[in-house]
Design a protein around this ligand. Structure first.
Ligand code: IMP
Length: 184
């Protein structure tokens, strides 16, 4: 795509729609194989960023799968980046004895995922793993077990395919590097 066609603040496309679709199909295949004998596989999406990824992933999975969602919010702006989050919307159903995959848009420092894993682990799932669209291991502060990842990304702020800057750009079909100073 020519730079002129990109929204303000969007510097360059990192992954095209076609590249994203291909990686999601590949990861969905791995998940279908890994959990083919599972009694109950549940994908848990973290609102709002992971919704686009979760729907595409679920469509490409070839074994029975359930979905549920939770939403989190930081306690305050000061607390952002400290991993201090609270559950703003909880799951609709229990996860006891189920094989659970937490579906994330991006694992960055790992603090959010660690909090969510700890919370979900207390509810007695049969297994618990993370599947993320993007992984930025260079900024990791705490180790979390990322079992499935579509793309490793550089230390740049990205938007699109669910990821936002001030709630915008989620609807871009591609993933792009953003210069927040030039955006909305
Ligand atoms: P963590 O707790 O540092 O791993 O951050 C996870 C959350 O930060 C993600 O679920 C995103 O909502 C947000 N985030 C981190 N990096 C980016 C980015 O490059 N673009 C958009 N959101 C991001």
């Amino acid at each position: 795509m020519s730079e002129a066609a990109l929204p303000p603040g969007v510097e360059r496309v990192l992954f095209t729609e076609e590249e994203i679709a291909a990686r999601i199909t590949h990861v969905a295949h791995k998940i279908s194989l890994r959990y083919r004998d599972a009694r109950s596989l549940k994908l848990i999406g973290v609102l709002k960023g992971s919704v686009f990824f979760l729907t595409a992933l679920t469509r490409a999975i070839t074994i029975p799968v359930k979905i549920d969602f939770l939403a989190i919010s930081s306690f305050s702006d000061k607390a952002r980046g400290s991993g201090l989050v609270r559950i703003a919307k909880d799951l609709d159903d229990p996860i006891e004895d189920e094989d659970v995959l937490l579906v994330e848009d991006i694992v960055d420092t790992g603090l959010t995922s660690r909090y969510l894993l700890q919370t979900l682990a207390g509810r007695g799932p049969n297994s618990l793993g993370i599947c993320t669209l993007l992984d930025r291991t260079s900024r990791r502060l705490v180790q979390v077990p990322v079992e499935f990842s579509c793309f490793e990304i550089p230390d740049r702020f990205v938007v699109g395919f669910g990821l936002d800057h001030k709630q915008l750009y989620r609807n871009l079909g591609y993933i792009a590097v953003m210069n927040p100073e030039k955006g909305h």
